[in-house]
Design a protein around this ligand. Structure first.
Ligand code: PLP
Length: 372
């Protein structure tokens, strides 16, 4: 199989599996119990916390572990609403956010929160004048992701955080697709990340919180994670996340340069007739979301079962619904159904990617010839 679905998840790094193994096998103690073994597990978790914190690279706050980035985003949104001053009742977000943000915001709207979902331009980017126009002293939180999971488009997070702060609001950034790939921009008060997008294990994420801006406690119980998110932590998952974060931090430039080469090679191998969805200038190049007039992308997927790629997004792929992100770019249903997403990174070999792209281009061409 040629794996080209790095936005859905990434292969576990060998160093990560190695670091996790003892904690998944013989080192089973509860990290919150006072025995020597418990304290060793706790110490390993604290090392991992520092590694994740360092990879995020922001000052003035710290990290709490969660079960996923989806949980971190739910916590950030719902916990901030719970602590809000009575006069701030609005959340402003963007149409291209992940479902973990959009669906949580919709749920909060059902609870009485005033929700504004801003549109994006044809390049998939937010117009900052549109944002500024919406900001007033009723806004509690602005939520914008840094690198889009479907189209790879990036947003100027520092600038957006400044606008949010100017009106007294907080800023939440979904940095799931940014961590380890590009530097996380300074400015946000809350940042959600996930281990399995950086060659770590599934089932663990984190919320970085600026000191004093922590949301209300999310899960009640034993008081773990500074009394904010109860539940026994898994040393194996935390250690795996820490090892993945350290590796991503150390390898960022090397991985980035590799991705830049892969991007060029992929475009060359695909040949003419493809349109890139979203901005080409403001983009992470490990995400190549493209469309080709008249091609049935679902049929491409079925024809090329030994290449793992996606229809716009992993979430949209299963549902049969065209992606909300491509629709937000202004693509109609017919155009959105012609789109595929190729995601590559650290372990992608250039020759595999080139082979996959040539086969995708040939299969698209065959559809055109058959359908003509
Ligand atoms: N946000 C973005 C941008 C993502 O790509 C994903 C995963 O697809 C998530 C949030 C959710 O992450 P998790 O799988 O850790 O819940």
């Amino acid at each position: 199989m040629i794996y080209l679905d790095y936005q859905a998840t990434t292969p576990v790094a060998p160093e990560v599996a190695h670091a996790m193994r003892p904690w998944a096998e013989e080192r089973f103690a509860n990290p919150h119990s006072p025995s020597r073994w418990g304290r060793e597990a706790e110490a390993a978790i604290e090392v991992a916390r520092k590694q994740v914190d360092k990879a995020i690279g922001l000052k003035g706050g710290g990290v709490a572990f969660t079960g996923s980035a989806t949980e971190a985003l739910n916590w950030a949104l719902k916990g901030t609403v719970e602590k809000r001053p009575p006069d701030r009742n609005r959340i402003v977000t963007v149409a291209t956010e992940h479902a973990a943000v959009l669906d949580t915001c919709e749920w909060l709207a059902g609870q009485g929160i005033d929700l504004t979902v801003l549109p994006v331009g044809a390049d998939g980017r937010l117009n900052l004048d549109d944002l500024e126009r919406e900001l007033d002293d009723r806004v509690l939180l602005v939520a914008v992701m840094m690198v889009n999971n479907e189209i790879g488009v990036t947003e100027p997070i520092t600038e957006i955080a400044r606008l949010a702060h100017d009106c007294g609001a907080l800023m939440l950034c979904d940095a799931v697709q940014a961590l380890g790939r590009v530097e996380i921009c300074d400015g946000p008060d809350l940042v959600a990340v996930s281990a399995h997008k950086i060659h770590g294990p599934k089932g663990i994420g984190a919320l970085w919180m600026r000191k004093g801006k922590e949301p209300a406690p999310f899960i009640h119980g034993g008081g773990q994670e500074m009394g904010l998110r109860s539940g026994t932590l898994s040393p194996a998952l935390c250690v795996g996340f820490g090892a993945a974060a350290q590796l991503a931090d150390e390898r960022m430039t090397r991985d980035y340069d590799h991705v830049q080469k892969l991007w060029k090679a992929a475009l060359h191998a695909l040949g003419d007739g493809w349109t890139i969805n979203g901005s080409t200038a403001h983009r992470y190049h490990g995400n190549l979301n493209i469309r080709r007039e008249g091609v049935d992308a679902a049929r491409l997927l079925a024809d090329l079962r030994d290449i793992a790629f996606s229809l716009g997004s992993a979430c949209a792929s299963g549902s049969g619904r065209p992606s909300h992100v491509l629709r937000a770019l202004g693509l109609d249903y017919r155009e959105a159904r012609c789109a595929i997403r190729l995601g590559f990174g650290r372990y992608t070999k250039q020759h595999e990617l080139v082979e996959a792209c040539k086969r995708i281009a040939a299969a698209a061409h065959a559809q055109e010839t058959l359908d003509a």
